[in-house]
Design a protein around this ligand. Structure first.
Ligand code: NAD
Ligand code: DAU
Length: 334
């Protein structure tokens, strides 16, 4: 089987490529990636001779069409993925998340290619802390940020192309991923690498916001499950019952790294900051038989901390640039 993985040099896409190469020798992988600031080509170096890496833009119709014509399946991870960046400048989010997805959809329509669309729980907006509800496949879309609204728009394009043109697509909306090879701009790697660099972790606002953490390998195993057993045209929510507030995550990181649990700063809150995400993945579990393997978040977090401790060369070149970017707007609260 020939698989085109867009965004395969980023966090989740690269983990998908590494795991697929290891576990599915029958799969021939081509990665299409623009190699933006978010990509780290070092991640794919160990499998360089087992895959084809094409540097290019998912919104470039000529490149996309050439690659889609030669593939059996497209798994579309490529996106601008960071909420804070989307608040500073949304333009790349509109280009990649909307125009890029549109470009892929037109190409898979032309070639009749199977397509799996990777999306986020953020399309559903947020929940109150005391709301017993969790997101399901029928929760109405209500995105908050430029990032989540462009992801929501891309999902709606996929649904429209399924209904209007009959493309063979499935969609998945997953909660917050953690694990190896995640960019140091994101919450968990930022705090781990802050401590490893002698800096204090930075918690937005009071830190009561809740995210529903899932290990990246569990996400990617669910993606393969949906590709192989999902119903075309349908959406599946992916989550591992990992609801944890940000303050608890920071305190856990400090404790695992042998620092006092309160050695962090509260900083300027994110504008429009979503309060809580929570996924009900019953459909994926009961209809397709998927279950997460990382059911103990603290154990998964500890393994991730160990990975960043052991792979300083992977993240160090990116750290200073990320921190000087944050320093332009972030103020420590008194
Ligand atoms: P990431 O930012 O780590 O990686 C994105 C990759 O896409 C990078 O390699 C980048 O170079 C590439 N890219 C960006 N613009 C491109 C373009 N125009 N053409 C080709 N490649 C381009 O992102 P991630 O965290 O790995 O997220 C991957 C996907 O998963 C995204 O669609 C995101 O919305 C979704 N998602 C992420 C999470 C999470 O917690 N990180 C959770 C649910 C869903
Ligand atoms: O829910 C899925 C989404 O999870 C994905 O669609 C996004 O691509 C991914 O980036 C992630 O979005 P979040 O905005 O939830 O992730 P982030 O890592 O930016 O922040 C997680 C939480 O931590 C959020 O409540 C903001 C907070 N935070 C973040 C940073 C970077 C801090 O308190 N301090 C920080 O320094």
């Amino acid at each position: 089987m020939r698989v085109l993985v867009t965004g395969g040099a980023g966090f989740i896409g690269a983990n998908f490529v590494l795991r697929t190469v290891e576990q599915r020798p029958d799969v021939e992988i081509t990665v299409l990636d623009k190699l933006t600031y978010a990509a780290n080509p070092a991640t794919l170096a160990p499998v360089a001779d087992r895959i084809t890496l094409v540097e290019g833009d998912v919104a470039d119709a000529a490149v996309v069409d050439r690659l889609v014509a030669a593939t059996d399946l497209v798994v579309h991870f490529a996106a601008e993925s960071h909420n804070d960046n989307s608040l500073a400048d949304p333009s790349a989010f509109v280009h990649t998340n909307l125009v890029g997805t549109y470009t892929l959809l037109e190409s898979v329509r032309r070639h009749g290619t199977r397509y799996h669309h990777i999306s986020t729980d953020e399309v559903y907006g947020d929940l109150e802390l005391d709301d017993p509800a969790r997101f399901t496949e029928s929760t109405p879309y209500n995105p908050s940020s430029p990032y989540s609204s462009t992801k929501a728009g891309s999902d709606l394009l996929v649904r429209a192309w399924v209904r209007s043109f009959g493309i063979h697509a499935t969609l998945s909306n997953c909660s917050n991923n953690y694990g190896p090879y995640q960019h140091v701009e994101k919450f968990i790697p930022r705090q781990i690498t802050n401590v490893l660099s002698g800096l204090r972790p930075k918690l937005y606002g009071a830190g009561t916001n809740v995210r529903d953490w899932i290990h990246v390998d569990d996400h990617n195993d669910a993606v393969w499950t949906i590709i192989e057993r999902g119903t075309v045209g349908e959406t599946y929510l992916i989550g591992a019952d990992g609801e944890t507030d940000n303050k608890t995550v920071v305190e856990s990181i400090l404790t695992v790294l042998g620092e006092p649990a309160d050695a962090y700063d509260h900083v300027t809150d994110r504008p429009g900051h979503d309060m809580r995400y929570a996924i009900d993945s019953t459909r994926l579990r009961t209809e397709l038989g998927w279950a997460p393997r990382y059911v103990d978040f603290t154990a998964g977090l500890t393994a991730t901390i160990d990975w960043y401790r052991e792979n300083v060369d992977w993240w160090r070149p990116y750290k200073d640039g990320v921190e000087s970017g944050y320093a332009k707007t972030e103020k420590v609260l008194g």
